[in-house]
Design a protein around this ligand. Structure first.
Ligand SMILES: CC(C)(COP(=O)(O)OP(=O)(O)OC[C@H]1O[C@@H](n2cnc3c(N)ncnc32)[C@H](O)[C@@H]1OP(=O)(O)O)[C@@H](O)C(=O)NCCC(=O)NCCS
Length: 215
């Protein structure tokens, strides 16, 4: 019997990963604007992306930093990335046998960040995820606490478009973060975050309203 996986049934809507794909002309212009130092840095990243395209289930070339680890735990797990996506050095992407990681157009994932999807981790377009963040949709081990039913192990994480996540933040299972939010450095996000919110702390709490932020 074929296994039922809601994440995979929804995956087609993520092929465009969040928005209309910007043209190559857009990237070419940006590329020249960046200056020679940055150009020298970005070319090896694009080459790494081309060489490791087979590890993604999308057709776009992703900029890949050095020593990015991508673990597919077999089965029907998928990693989908939109155009202009950048994944920096030493990131770790781990997708379970039924999982889906989708990363939206022009989203940047900073160095040493770890994303794990047993069910689904969806990250929107134009997000900036800083260094040393952890985004995982599973607690990884079954557990039982006195007076409670067995704890829920896995629940999808949905991060909207234009979300900036500060360094050393942790986004836990089942959390939905609305569009245009800022998650302050070192936050532990365990509850949903409404759109246009500034949150920080452990546990992260709403501390302000975001009008806009600049990449
Ligand atoms: C999102 C952020 C910019 C908000 O900063 P801000 O609005 O200027 O906040 P302030 O510095 O004025 O601080 C206001 C209050 O919130 C607290 N606060 C601010 N950011 C906090 C955080 N990340 N965690 C815990 N408390 C925080 C401050 O201690 C202060 O408390 P007080 O009023 O009791 O003194 C900030 O949380 C942050 O993440 N800064 C780091 C940005 C960063 O790492 N950038 C690197 C590139 S990704």
């Amino acid at each position: 019997m074929q296994s039922h996986n809601p994440a995979l049934e929804r995956q087609d809507s993520y092929e465009g990963a969040g928005e209309a794909q910007p043209s190559f002309r857009h990237f070419w212009r940006k590329f020249w604007e960046l200056g020679p130092e940055f150009r020298r840095w970005i070319i090896p990243g694009v080459i790494r992306g081309v060489l490791r395209m087979h590890q993604f289930n999308s057709r776009e070339i992703v900029f890949l930093g050095k020593h990015v680890q991508i673990i597919h735990r077999g089965g029907r797990g998928r990693i989908v990335a939109g155009r202009g996506c950048r994944i920096a050095d030493n990131c770790f992407l781990d997708v379970g046998s039924e999982g889906l990681i989708s990363i939206g157009t022009r989203t940047v994932v900073g160095p040493n960040t770890r994303i794990m999807a047993a069910t689904e981790v969806k990250i929107g377009a134009r997000c900036m995820i800083s260094w040393n963040c952890s985004i995982f949709d599973s607690i990884g081990h079954r557990m039982w606490l006195e007076g409670q039913d067995e704890a829920e192990i896995e629940a999808p994480i949905i991060i909207g478009d234009d979300v900036w996540i500060g360094p050393y933040s942790i986004i836990m299972k089942g959390v939905t973060i609305g569009n245009n939010c800022i998650i302050g450095a070192g936050s532990v996000v365990r509850r949903d975050v409404p759109p246009n919110s500034l949150v920080y702390g452990n546990p992260a709490r709403v501390a302000g309203k975001v009008l806009k932020w600049e990449r």
